[in-house]
Design a protein around this ligand. Structure first.
Ligand code: NDP
Ligand code: 8X3
Length: 252
């Protein structure tokens, strides 16, 4: 039987690219996200090449996550790979001007949603002594930048949670990886700027950002190493992005 991957946030960007990549490689897909019509379109596109089970799910809803995992059809129940991809950044204002609701939404999705999915799926992996959790972190979880405040902090959580999972899973064959992308073109900036497509386009203008397929390629690579190899983390940036010096304010 082919392997099974459960991909959260499959309706766009990295998640949709992962769905296409894993389908092309013969995996069975469990796909979720909030937008039903996107899921329907992806199911229609991919079910000609791979078995697809797709359903709407808001990862912030703990009871819905648990119910969805319990309700998986038998042929999709033994998940080999969880890709904790659903996530978002909201706003780029300095912390003192941020909207509290944006912080709630990022914590609820990027941290709590990832915890709910992991907690629902991990016991089965441990019981089968087989499985892999790939979390989508970010370079923002390591390197601070102005306006990154709560978003970067949620991804720092993902980094440390991934490492702590490795500690807990020692003695099992369950693997954990944190993939930390830099600037990548997707709906990420459109969401961050709340539908302002001009602002979103500016982020990528004149640059050569990563594409969702680059991240899908990295996820697939990490998932297909020999079973004794655990890729702890992968930090991946476009060549056009790097670091700059510490900022110094000389007038305070
Ligand atoms: P997109 O906005 O293109 O995709 C985000 C996906 O997450 C969508 O499928 C969306 O689906 C889903 N999602 C958001 N909130 C929820 C929710 N509450 N429940 C279920 N699904 C949800 O962005 P990316 O593909 O770029 O982002 C994917 C991940 O990669 C995120 O975790 C992001 O933080 C991270 N990342 C992105 C980078 C970038 O530069 N693009 C760089 C580093 C990390 P729907 O709206 O249908 O629910
Ligand atoms: C997304 C990358 O640098 O826009 O996680 O925060 S960045």
């Amino acid at each position: 039987m082919s392997q099974i991957t459960f991909i959260t946030g499959a309706t766009s960007g990295f998640g949709a690219a992962c769905a296409r990549r894993f389908a092309a490689e013969g995996w069975r897909l469990i796909l979720c996200g909030r937008r039903q019509e996107r899921l329907d379109a992806l199911r229609a596109e991919l079910s000609t090449i791979a078995p697809v089970y797709a359903f709407p799910l808001d990862v912030r809803d703990e009871a819905a996550v648990n119910a969805a995992v319990v309700a998986l059809p038998a042929e999709f129940a033994e998940i080999d790979l969880l890709v904790n991809n659903a996530g978002l950044a909201l706003g780029l204002e300095p912390a003192q001007r941020c909207h509290m609701q944006d912080w709630h939404d990022m914590v609820d999705t990027n941290i709590k949603g990832l915890l709910f999915c992991t907690r629902a799926i991990l016991p089965g992996m441990v019981e089968r002594n087989r499985g892999h959790v790939i979390n989508i972190g970010s370079v923002a979880g390591t390197y601070p930048y102005p306006g990154g405040n709560a978003y970067g902090a949620t991804k720092a959580f993902v980094k440390q949670f991934s490492r702590n999972l490795r500690a807990d899973l020692l003695g099992t064959r369950v693997r954990v990886t944190n993939i930390e992308p830099g600037m990548a073109e997707s709906e990420f900036s459109l969401v961050r700027f709340k539908g302002d497509d001009g602002k979103a386009a500016q982020v990528y203008e004149g640059a050569h950002p990563l594409q969702s397929e680059d991240i899908a390629d990295t996820v697939f690579w990490a998932a297909t190493r020999p079973p004794h190899v655990n890729i702890n983390s992968v930090e991946v940036m476009p060549v056009c992005q790097a670091f700059s010096a510490f900022a110094i304010s000389r007038d305070i």
